[in-house]
Design a binder for this molecule. Sequence first.
Ligand code: UDP
Length: 236
Amino acid sequence: MARFKRILLKLSGESLMGQKQFGIDEQHLAEYAQQIKDAHEMGIQICIVIGGGNIFRGLSGTGKGIDRVKGDQMGMLATTINSLALSSALTVAGVCNQVLTAIRMEPIGEFYTKWKAIDAMEQGKVVIIACGTGSPYFTTDTGSSLHGIEVEADVMLKGTRVDGIYTADPEKDPTATKFNDITYEEVLRRDLKVMDLSAICMCKDNNFPIYVFNMDVTGNLHKVLAGEDIGTLVHN
Ligand code: UDP
């Protein structure tokens, strides 16, 4: 029995690189698609927001003469490239899916609305929302919070390369310990880099829980959905 009916799955662009320095590792992508297929077969409605950091981030362009808004638009196009790649991988894996875009760009994907996303999920499709919020100065973490709340998901599952939230960066500080659960308040007080401030505040204000886990271990998405406590829950 799965513990959620509908989830918002956030995947970072960087995690698509696998062992590469840039772009998309096809094997890694196929592995993600298999985990999502497995989750879909558990009967869970799935909405995915994927980042673009493996291709471009707006902030990285500002020191190099690229206007911030144009840079962020480039970043949102990067999320679209990743969304299309994930969509293809899901199709190859036999999972019905649909890409919606938060910036109008048919025929790449239909323009996102809450109702289109919910309808598609109720028809059994995995929905991928590209372009984050559709506005500059935000990130796909905020896009995930916004869309997760809009589509009335039960939780945001944030798939990362670490197995949860620690008191400090475990790669730099060997004494760092992991939280099984933590409040938004504590995340803010300790200034833990879980997600950007706008995203955390939005989840806190709307009582939308976040579960951080390591998506790079095969089978972990299934474990989270089956109720195993392998990550960190952030809540009010
Ligand atoms: N972006 C944006 N608005 C959004 C979402 C993303 O402007 O609502 C841009 C921003 O430049 C960001 C880039 O797209 O740096 C890629 O997204 P993100 O950094 O969240 O990707 P991730 O770190 O998850 O790979």
